[in-house]
Write a protein of this length. Structure first.
Length: 98
């Protein structure tokens, strides 16, 4: 067995056990405060690492114009997809920009 991969797995176990302990001690002690802290963290993370579908429409318009000029061999398949519609599972989450 490779020691690097084994140690990686142990590290993952430590991380998740620590997270579980944090939720048990902090989260269950004051669930609302824990929830609000987690939502603030996720919002900060979303701002730091934006998802590609969150780009303003102006930035996407040039790409969409170029795609409209492209000839598709199978027009039935290409017509099933709407340009500019978010398809990420978090697009309907409380973290998405409305």
């Amino acid at each position: 067995m490779n020691v690097f991969y084994y140690n990686f797995c142990l590290s993952e176990i430590r991380y998740h056990v620590n997270k579980i302990n944090e939720i048990i001690t902090g989260g269950l002690g004051n669930p609302r405060e824990y929830y609000e802290r987690q939502m603030a963290f996720m919002e900060d993370l979303r701002r730091t690492i934006p998802l590609p579908h969150e780009q303003p429409p102006e930035e996407n318009s040039a790409v969409e114009e170029n795609l409209q000029d492209t000839h598709h061999e199978d027009s039935e398949v290409s017509s099933n997809f709407a340009l500019g519609t978010p398809s990420h599972p978090l697009s309907s989450s409380p973290f998405s920009i409305q």
